[in-house]
Design a binder for this molecule. Sequence first.
Ligand SMILES: Cc1cc2nc3c(=O)[nH]c(=O)nc-3n(C[C@H](O)[C@H](O)[C@H](O)COP(=O)(O)OP(=O)(O)OC[C@H]3O[C@@H](n4cnc5c(N)ncnc54)[C@H](O)[C@@H]3O)c2cc1C
Length: 184
Amino acid sequence: MVDSNAYITVKLGLERQVVPYPVVFYLPDLPPEKVFAHLDTFTVPDDPYIFMPVPSNHDPTLAPAGGQLVIAGTAAPSGASEELCNAILDRVYARVRDLFPRIESAILWQSRSTSSDTRRLTAHKAGECIGLAQVPGQVGSERLGHGTPVEGLMLVGSDVGARGIGTEIASGSALSLAGLLAGA
Ligand SMILES: Cc1cc2nc3c(=O)[nH]c(=O)nc-3n(C[C@H](O)[C@H](O)[C@H](O)COP(=O)(O)OP(=O)(O)OC[C@H]3O[C@@H](n4cnc5c(N)ncnc54)[C@H](O)[C@@H]3O)c2cc1C
């Protein structure tokens, strides 16, 4: 089966509020089929797609008073090396500074998360973001179910038995398994 992609981030702690939005989606000016082409070629995109939530704009307690927490992330190939992840994140960081020129002077600290962090936390072997990919042949009625050929062994999590986004698909899977076990 096919893995999902990795999701890698640059996190910025800012001493003041720079980004006024709850979340920023940056799409490079490319034909849609080119935006994620680097995921197949294991290369560094010139201009990466960026998904940049600003958690402290939802909950100010997530940063010291007046400060801001920004998380700029992008997709990387499943199984990407540390070197490739960091090269992609260099481009993300450069684009974020272009988009928000006042950000650099406000940075108190920054950190990164790469595939190896996801591997360490989740035991997903390729550092993939949600487990099995949501691609034709692995979604809807063709997504794996909870049951296995081993009696009493059931599967649960993003990989099986539900649909939706990341945490939504994982909790949907748990609810579906609970219903199954309860005979609902
Ligand atoms: C960087 C990143 C950002 C993300 N951002 C978002 C987001 O913004 N929104 C969203 O909805 N989703 C997001 N996701 C996806 C979301 O985190 C996953 O889809 C979800 O956590 C999967 O849940 P799960 O229960 O299937 O697996 P996991 O959350 O991976 O949980 C599996 C657990 O099993 C443990 N485990 C593994 N092997 C063993 C073992 N042998 N013995 C005991 N324990 C074991 C692991 O340590 C882990 O705690 C993100 C994922 C990543 C990596």
